[in-house]
Ligand binder design. Structure first.
Ligand code: XMP
Length: 180
């Protein structure tokens, strides 16, 4: 797997240190909540969710949403599909929404809107990565661990064609590994 990577963009130790800081911010910002409802977007947020939330010493309730916004390639399709038969009960709750990356912003926008439509009182967003680019929708994450350039990345939850999610760092694939 590692031999397919052209360069490591964000090393594991760097991610870990940054997660300590983000977790501390979340702890302070949500300290007044009896329990905080976290909603993580699968599958991309899986690794980020596990590592971040174990650093947050608050009473958390965790739900996951199955959303498809990327359909195998390296370009966002622009279509966000909700794949779960039953969506979580978020009525009246403050939500911390987790995703792996803010790219076009369509996923975070669509999921935030869906949670509000389902009756959530408030939605704050938290991503591992924010791509530095112009977005078709005006979305900013409330918490973002790293800003990266506008290039396709894998690892730490992010996949290419279903693979590389278990890389412990964020990296860029060798062009030879991408089927255009
Ligand atoms: P949008 O464009 O809706 O994208 O903000 C959000 C989802 O698209 C996937 N995505 C990527 N996946 N490398 C990936 O492996 C990338 O560089 C990348 N950019 C976007 C990801 O699933 C994210 O949740």
């Amino acid at each position: 797997m590692h031999e397919d990577i052209e360069k490591v963009l964000i090393a594991e130790e760097v991610i870990e240190k940054r997660l300590d800081l983000i977790a501390e911010k979340i702890r302070i910002d949500f300290a007044n909540q009896e329990s905080l409802q976290v909603v993580a977007i699968l599958k991309g947020a899986l690794v980020f969710m596990a590592d971040l939330l174990r650093r947050v010493p608050l009473k958390l309730e965790i739900e996951c949403l199955n959303v498809a916004s990327y359909h195998g390639g390296t370009e966002s399709s622009g279509v966000v599909d909700f794949l779960d038969a039953k969506l979580p009960d978020v009525k009246g709750r403050s939500i911390l929404l987790l995703d792996d990356i803010l790219d076009t912003g369509r996923t975070l926008e669509a999921v935030s809107k869906k949670l509000i439509d389902l009756g959530a009182a408030d939605v704050k967003t938290c991503v591992l990565l924010t791509k530095d680019k112009e977005r078709p929708v005006a979305v900013e994450a409330d918490y973002s661990a790293f800003e990266i350039g506008d290039e396709f990345v894998v690892g730490y939850g992010l996949d290419y064609d279903g693979k590389y999610r278990n890389l412990p760092y964020v990296g860029v694939l060798k062009p030879s590994e991408i089927n255009l």
